[in-house]
Design a protein around this ligand. Structure first.
Ligand code: FES
Ligand code: FES
Length: 187
């Protein structure tokens, strides 16, 4: 064994490489994947580097999730994955296979959802870029906390940002939706 210019010159590394199981390499070109979105399997081809957000918007015409920061800070791209709100810009589509994905389109099912209606009633949007993400996060929050206080709502939606400052309206909307859907008493 010897070292030449900082390089290990024995066959140790080569032997380890030979012993390691062959990695399953995909890409860099498009590969077929199957996603489970809003209760249905969906087949699509994407490059492995493609985020779930871009796949939804650009390949599947599901444009409710908005790509705003594209780096996991604003929540505009929120979807529900296996029951939890996640930023779809931080998830690779290829890694979302086998998981249950819900988008605002699925929650709405072709009509205005009670949560979306509460946003309208309470003037909880201005430019609207953050609104779909807020509605998704609020719906999921209310499913888990059916009778929240205003402070609960503030904390529960802490992962979503609104540059227009509609927070007061959003909180009122969630409290109204709680009252309407689960008998909450705080709206
Ligand atoms: S666009 Fe995904 S968190 Fe902002
Ligand atoms: S309504 Fe404009 S960013 Fe929230």
């Amino acid at each position: 064994m010897g070292v030449t210019g900082g390089v290990l010159t024995t066959g140790v590394l080569e032997q380890e490489a030979e012993a390691a199981p062959a990695a399953h390499v995909v890409g860099p070109g498009e590969v077929p994947i199957t996603l489970h979105i809003n209760g249905k399997p969906v087949n699509v081809k994407v490059e492995p580097r493609t985020t779930l957000c871009d796949t939804l918007r650009h390949r599947l015409d599901l444009t409710a999730a908005k790509r705003v920061c594209d780096r996991g800070t604003c929540g505009a791209c929120s979807v529900i994955i296996d029951g939890k709100v996640m930023y779809s810009c931080t998830v690779l589509a290829i890694d979302a296979q086998g998981r249950k994905i819900e988008t605002l389109e699925g929650i709405s099912a072709g009509r205005m959802s009670p949560m979306a209606a509460a946003f309208v009633d309470n003037d909880a949007q201005q430019c609207g870029y953050c609104t779909p993400g807020f509605v998704v996060a609020a719906k999921n929050f209310l499913d888990r906390h059916p009778n929240p206080t205003e402070e609960d709502v503030k904390r529960g939606l802490g992962g979503n940002l609104c540059r227009c400052g509609t927070y007061m309206g959003v909180r009122k909307a969630v409290l109204q939706a709680a009252k309407m859907t689960r008998g909450g008493s705080n709206a």
